[in-house]
Write a protein that binds this ligand. Structure first.
Ligand code: SF4
Length: 300
């Protein structure tokens, strides 16, 4: 029996569905039942009817799937896969800010721990953050933990006052404007498509700012043939699958999230065999964190 055949057999045996983020490796995207960004995958996770979810992403994604499906088993291909940004907010900061501001909404990016979600009012992803923040009535917004996404949202919703903390995604933050500028000189006709987790200089240079799904949709419908892409390299696989006749340029210093890349084909096979790396969420956090997540699904 080949490894693929074994995965298919084990999926049936465990009644399992495999979800993979665009930043997971291409071999994992190939065996996944659903591939997408955090927003798409959380919507799928909320609707699944299987017994087991294998989540080829990072910990906060597995925890979201568990919060939305408390009766299901959620398995992570590699228990070490975690998001650095999710740990860049001190929950005391949230408490202090609540005391300081009236009419405040705490808006947390989905890339946050379950504990942070439990202290927040509503969750967002890069695909829906602007719409959700526009739709909440509060004047003051504490946007955590990504200052870059927060600053981008603030630029789109000028009538509200924003408070940020100093969190960021190291992969996006460390892409530099001069790398993008260099690519633009070599490929002057290329459009610059940027994820809002990138730093301000890059976002300002963009022809389009959006989530990974937004970037993929943009290239699929655009008449342009060349694109400079500022996001994690895993998305290249999907871009090229969708549009083989177009060219996509990434920076020389390849933006790679090593945590996402822990989701290998063999790791998926192993968890399906063993049932290890099951995600658990502390009982007392389940209700408050789930409420924050459901609020996102309601408002988006
Ligand atoms: S790419 Fe950045 S935000 Fe996404 S999982 Fe990796 S560290 Fe977290």
């Amino acid at each position: 029996m080949t490894k693929i055949e074994e995965i298919i057999r084990l999926k049936k045996e465990r009644d399992a569905v495999i979800l993979a983020h665009y930043y997971a490796s291409s071999e994992v995207q190939d065996i996944a039942d659903y591939v997408g960004d955090s927003f798409y995958l959380s919507k799928i996770a909320a609707k699944l009817e299987c017994r087991t979810i294998v989540f080829a992403g990072v910990r906060f994604m597995g925890e979201c799937a568990k919060l939305l499906n408390p009766d299901k088993t959620v398995l992570m291909p590699d228990a070490r896969a975690d998001c650095f940004m999710a740990h860049m907010i001190d929950n005391n900061f949230i408490k202090c800010t609540r005391e300081k501001y009236e009419d405040l909404a705490v808006v947390c990016y989905v890339n946050s721990t379950t504990e942070t979600k439990s202290y927040s009012d509503v969750c967002v992803t890069s695909a829906n953050a602007v719409n959700i923040v526009k739709n909440i009535p509060n004047k003051n917004i504490l946007f955590i933990p990504d200052k870059n996404l927060g600053r981008y949202v603030a630029s789109q919703v000028p009538d509200k006052q924003f408070i940020f903390n100093d969190g960021f995604c190291p992969i996006h933050e460390h892409m530099r404007y001069d790398q993008i500028e260099k690519l633009k000189k070599i490929h002057p006709d290329a459009l610059i498509l940027v994820h809002p987790e990138c730093n301000e200089d890059i976002v300002k240079a963009a022809d389009y700012v959006g989530s990974t799904s937004g970037i993929i949709n943009y290239t699929a419908t655009s008449k342009h043939k060349e694109f400079i892409i500022a996001t994690e390299i895993g998305v290249k696989y999907k871009l090229e699958q969708e549009k083989a006749d177009k060219n996509f340029y990434f920076t020389e210093t390849v933006p790679k999230c090593l945590n996402m890349k822990l989701n290998t084909f063999d790791a998926v096979l192993t968890v399906l065999r063993t049932g290890e790396n099951s995600v658990e969420v502390p009982t007392e956090l389940v209700e408050p964190a789930k409420k924050t997540l459901l609020k996102m699904l309601e408002l988006a």
